[in-house]
Design a protein around this ligand. Structure first.
Ligand code: CA
Ligand code: CA
Length: 592
């Protein structure tokens, strides 16, 4: 071969090379384009991916998929499993995200993995290096990540927000949410709204100041910050953006400076009104005798303009909270049958609230647990509770104030575990618990990094045969349509599908599917450890998959008093379980 023929050979090959290169570039571009705002806005209706914790920005946890349904659920079998590994097995409260054939899951101790969604093959893992002295109140859990562009973003126990390259697991940016030495941490899944990553903060038992932040999701740069304790200044683009509420209007003296109202479950989003709905936790300290007043914006739903970072309305479910009822529970936008733009929340205080999501006006409130001692009802005119005499006594002159029995317990008629709303049945599926508590107050003063509570307690079951109950609530009537009882307390998330199914996990290790209309148990599978994770479902190559994390832990074993004793024999773990319909031997042989 001489020079000229070699040259010809080269030039003849060029078109093929260019074509090949162009194809590679096109594939790379599709992958690098990653998750867009448009994809996130429509996540609830697209069935080939799960881009948000909550199966959509509104957090309804409803999937239109019905390949798996109440007729064939008996054929649901494991497709693959993945072990979280490590010696430190604690509560696994994550929800799987699925994009482009990859699954992203978080684990205890601020860990995250990318897996092949079809096979479970590990693609990469990242273990956040945690400092000594972190102060998570309620186990070292994580409730999931967020996807944006080619990033996967999650919060950590040392109160940081970390963005990783979704293909490689390499850190792209890492921002501080709060000072972990002052009690800040983060466990909730971030939410993406119009290119911004929305987060709250945890640490209400340490006298932190609750806040909602919006950052540029691509860079982590802070755009706005909105405190949820009255008197604190918000910011927008680095400038003051007005204080929340009015200084000392609902807080005495300097108590607002360490006022709690932690936004530890983050927010949901109502796209039609451009409002973020963020639940806030207890005012600090628990001893309410030290902070007379309503203590805004604690134990409330706070609606925040997603662009401007200002509070548009708020609704306080437990004014001057004496019981650590928080009120942090998720607020889920939905439309009533008559078209009313509503939102619903099953509050830790035992009441199921339906509000007008445009202005926060109370439409309906009714108990979703059998026993509520602290209030006889909610006044629909004023929106305030008709409070019963059930406050723990003032310890001012003594070491310990008078103890009272109150129900629900501070772990709540419902805690963090998210409910689901079915667009088919029109019901909310509320994971609830029946328990009460002895609670008393003690003197307390704020000290950075120390528990700031001023209260003691012991949680007790109300009934011998069950604590947990999944309840289908009709938001139009406030009535319980059906209930499914469980001996141990429920602590995992719920998902419902167009296949007439409701999925939930239980501490005794089962992942279960119920009939969405009747509550009848249709299917269960033993996962080997307690289930406190959140279900997700998607379809790939014509098959529907359902995923759940198994791994016992969370707040109940740590704070549950007499209840914790009842559940002490549950094995710990850390596994991802993915299920699909079994194809019979006959049909797979025929296919070959
Ligand atoms: Ca989707
Ligand atoms: Ca609390």
């Amino acid at each position: 071969m001489n020079e000229s023929t070699r040259g010809m050979a080269f030039s003849r090959r060029v078109p093929a090379l260019i074509a090949g290169l162009a194809m590679t570039l096109a594939t790379a571009a599709a992958s690098a384009a990653g998750v867009t705002d448009k994809m996130i806005s429509s996540d609830a209706t697209t069935t080939d991916d799960v881009l948000t914790v909550g199966l959509g920005q509104s957090g309804q946890r409803f999937s239109p998929l019905k390949t798996i349904n109440s007729d064939n659920i008996g054929d649901l079998v494991p497709a693959w499993t993945f072990s979280f590994g490590g010696e430190k097995q604690r509560g696994q409260e994550t929800q799987a995200l699925v994009h482009d054939g990859k699954m992203f899951i978080t684990g205890s101790y601020s860990r995250i993995w990318a897996l092949d969604a079809k096979t479970g093959k590990r693609l990469w893992g990242y273990e956040h290096r945690l400092p000594d002295g972190i102060m998570p109140c309620c186990d070292v859990v994580n409730r999931g990540a967020a996807l944006y562009d080619n990033l996967v973003i999650f919060g950590t126990l040392d109160a940081r927000l970390v963005a990783l390259n979704a293909d490689t697991g390499k850190v792209v940016w890492n921002e501080q949410l709060g000072d972990y030495k002052a009690g800040y941490s983060y466990t909730a899944a971030p939410l993406i709204v119009k290119g911004k990553v929305i987060t709250g903060v945890s640490g209400g038992e340490f006298g932190i100041v609750g806040r909602v932040d919006a950052r540029d999701a691509k860079t982590g740069k802070l755009i706005w910050s909105r405190p949820t304790v009255e008197g604190h200044m918000g910011t927008l683009n680095g400038k003051d953006n007005g204080i929340s509420g009015k200084l000392n209007a609902s807080w005495p003296g300097d108590m607002w400076k360490y006022g709690g109202a932690a936004t530890w479950l983050g927010c949901t989003y109502g796209a039609d009104v451009n409002l973020l709905y963020c639940g806030t936790g207890n005012p600090a300290p628990w001893n309410a005798h030290l902070r007379p007043g309503d203590n805004l914006y604690s134990s409330s739903t706070v609606a925040i303009d997603a662009d401007k970072g200002v509070i548009k309305w708020s609704y306080q479910s437990t004014p001057n909270d004496h019981w650590d009822f928080d009120g942090v529970n998720e607020f889920i936008p939905f439309d009533m049958k008559d078209g009313t733009k509503a939102g619903a929340k099953a509050d830790r205080n035992g009441f199921f609230y339906v509000l007008d999501r445009t202005n926060g006006k109370l439409l309906n409130a009714s108990p979703f647990v059998s026993k509520v001692t602290w209030a006889t009802g909610i006044d629909l005119k004023t929106g305030r509770p008709n409070e019963a005499k059930n406050r723990p006594g003032d310890p001012a002159a003594t070491e310990k104030g008078e103890s009272v029995f109150a129900a629900p317990s501070f772990l709540g008629g419902k805690n963090w575990m998210p409910m689901a709303y079915s667009q088919d049945t029109g019901y909310f599926y509320v994971p609830s618990n029946e328990w009460g508590m002895d609670i008393w107050n003690e003197p307390i003063t704020y000290k950075k990094g120390a528990a700031y509570m001023g209260a003691g307690f012991n949680i007790k079951p109300l009934y011998d045969d069950y604590i947990g109950a999944l309840r289908a609530m009709d938001p139009a009537t406030g009535k319980v349509v059906w209930e499914y009882k469980n001996e141990a307390p429920l602590w995992g998330g719920v998902m419902t599908t167009a296949g007439n199914l409701v999925f939930l996990g239980t501490p005794d290790g089962y992942f279960k599917a119920l009939d969405a209309k009747t509550g009848a148990l249709l299917w269960k599978f033993q996962t080997g450890s307690g289930v406190v994770g959140q279900p997700a479902t998607w379809e790939q190559d014509g098959e529907q998959y359902v995923a759940i994390a198994s791994g016992w832990g969370g707040a109940v074993p740590l704070w549950g008093g007499d209840v914790a004793k009842k559940i002490k024999d549950i094995s710990q773990g850390g596994m991802m379980w993915v299920f699909k319909l079994h194809k019979s031997t006959k049909s797979s042989v025929a296919a070959k």
